[in-house]
Each structure stands twice: as structure tokens, then as C-alpha cells.
Design a protein around this ligand. Structure first.
Ligand code: DON
Length: 299
């Protein structure tokens, strides 16, 4: 609760995302946090407020694609390096080896990965994805926010151009519109800080459920997701975040950040006012404070 009081006013330093019209409607003052440990969940502030996952979905979808195909196929489609460019940048697609996106945390890479989710139709792929997210979040009621989905579908011209470019470069082997249906849906998954904290805890335990001990996905895929989160999870703010906070994390323009303290805790924070890189202003402040207080920095 202290953190929420302390950093609430900082939301004024950021702005809510407006490029997806439906996201522009939320109050910029929202602030919430949940911390999941093996046997406890601590929440404060707007912990029950639902928001859309946006890019926080990227490491989770990556894990499902790894389970569907294995590593070789994934690394054929996306690279392993950070870009230093904004999340929706296309500039390097023209110049990098085989027109392969640099990593699966930027939009181009995430669209390549969305294409790899197995299923008979976009709807089937989305259903599989939702089922996987529900399992990791230990919450069977997670759903897609249809309004945000529709809003992004209508206005996502930049993502459309990325998908069509990837198709032209033979990185995608299917209809870009079908792939975008999956991508826009994963971004529109609606959840709370506690869902993010629960997912983060499973990553903190290398794929194991904190409730049952069951291995929900292979340990080596948890390691890959966390490595990408450290190097690319906060986009062109990843280096600064690694120095300031020092944990694997993934942000989204809905205002959520999922932070992982390996072996120790899963953290979900929410604050829709974003900095210039698309990361939650109060979210980063709360994560830094927690990292300092509990010595979470992994470096
Ligand atoms: O593709 C987009 O533009 C959004 N659906 C997701 C981007 C995002 O969350 C970037 N994160 N900071």
C-alpha cells in the first residue's frame, strides 16, 4: 500500500496510449500492484482493475510456440538480439539477415511468432492461447476484451504493414490477416495485476505451478523467455531498466508490467500512464523500489 501512495502522483509524468483509441479511454491515475510468493499473494491499489495484456503477452505466446515447434524453428524465424529501436519499428526488417525480426519482443518478431501457434483456424489458435494463459495465471476466467480487439483491428495499420512485409519476405507462410487476428487477440487479453503476478511466479519457478508443483512448460523455455525479457522486455528502455531494477520484465502499452524475481516472487504492476518508450511510469518506479527493498537485482 505504501508503494501505491508513494508513487501514485508520478502517473502525472506519463501519458496513456492513444494510438489504439480504446486504450485512450482509461484513467491515467490508475496504480496497482500484486506480489505472488509460493504461498501468498499480496495486492494493493487497483489490483482488481482489468487492463489488456498488450505486449506482456509476447513471452507467453513465445513459450507456447516453443512448445508447438521446438527451438530450431523459432530461431529460424526470429533473432536473439535487442534492437535499441521502438517496439513498432520496421526499419531493421529491410536490412537484417534474411529479413528476420531481431527478437520476439518487438512487434515484428511477435507477429512471426503468432503465426507459429498451431491450430486449424485463427479461432482455434486463439482458443489454445487463451487456455495456456489461463493455466499459467491459475485463472480459468481470463477472456479477451472485444472492444480493445476491435479498436486495434481497425487502427493497426502499422502492424498490418509489418505483417504484409514479413509475408513478402517469406518469413510468414500464411495469410497476414489470419496471423494478425491471433496477434491482435493476444494483445487484447484482459486481466489484472494478480494474473500477471501469478504468471510471473510460474516463470520465477522455471515453468512450475506454485500451487501444484506441476511443470506447466519446459524449464529451458522459461529460461529463453526470461533471457529475452532481460535483454528486450522493456524495448529501448531495457538497458536502463536492467541497471535500475535488474530483473526479467515485460511491459505492455495497456500499462501492465510482469516482473520475475527468479526463484522468489512474481510481480504484476499496473499504471496506464506511459513514458516515451511505452513503459508504465509508476510500474517501473514500484518495481525499482521493490527490487531495492528486497534485493531482487539478479546481476
Ligand atoms: O502492437 C501493438 O502496437 C500493441 N498491441 C502492443 C504494443 C505494446 O504493448 C508495446 N509495449 N510497450
Amino acid at each position: 500500500m505504501e508503494l501505491v501512495k508513494k508513487y501514485g502522483p508520478s502517473s502525472r509524468d506519463g501519458k496513456v496510449a492513444t494510438y489504439i483509441p480504446e486504450l485512450a479511454k482509461v484513467s491515467p491515475d490508475g496504480i496497482g500492484i500484486c506480489v505472488r510468493r509460493q504461498d501468498s499473494l499480496y495486492c494493493a491499489g487497483d489490483a482488481n482493475v482489468k487492463f489488456t495484456m498488450q505486449s506482456v503477452s509476447k513471452p507467453i505466446v513465445l513459450i507456447l510456440a516453443l512448445m508447438d515447434w521446438g527451438m530450431d524453428k523459432i530461431f529460424e524465424k526470429v533473432g536473439k538480439e535487442p534492437t535499441g529501436d521502438p517496439f513498432n519499428s520496421m526499419i531493421r526488417l529491410e536490412t537484417y539477415e534474411k529479413h528476420k525480426p531481431f527478437n520476439p519482443m518487438i512487434n515484428a518478431g511477435a507477429i512471426s511468432i503468432a503465426a507459429l501457434i498451431k491450430g486449424d483456424s485463427p479461432a482455434h489458435k486463439i482458443e489454445r492461447l487463451l487456455a495456456f494463459m489461463r493455466k499459467i495465471a491459475h485463472n480459468p476466467s481470463i477472456e479477451i476484451d472485444r472492444r480493445v480487439y476491435q479498436s486495434e483491428k481497425e487502427t493497426g495499420h502499422r502492424n498490418r504493414s509489418i505483417a504484409h512485409f514479413l509475408r513478402a519476405m517469406e518469413n510468414l507462410d500464411q495469410d497476414p490477416n489470419d496471423v494478425l487476428e491471433v496477434y491482435f487477440s493476444q494483445c487484447s487479453v484482459s486481466l489484472t495485476c494478480s494474473d500477471l503476478a501469478n504468471m510471473a511466479m510460474v516463470l520465477a519457478l522455471d515453468g512450475k505451478s506454485y500451487e501444484t508443483g506441476e511443470q506447466l512448460f519446459p524449464r529451458e523455455y522459461a529460461k529463453i523467455a526470461k533471457a529475452y525479457m532481460v535483454t528486450c522486455g522493456m524495448y529501448d528502455g531495457s538497458g536502463e531498466f536492467a541497471i535500475q531494477v535488474g530483473i526479467p520484465a515485460k511491459s505492455g502499452v495497456g500499462g501492465g508490467i510482469m516482473g520475475v524475481a527468479p526463484g522468489r516472487m512474481g510481480i504484476g504492476v499496473y499504471g496506464p500512464a506511459l513514458d516515451s518508450k511505452g513503459n508504465s511510469v509508476v510500474g517501473i518506479k514500484m518495481l525499482k523500489d521493490l527490487s531495492d527493498t528486497y534485493d531482487l537485482n539478479i546481476f
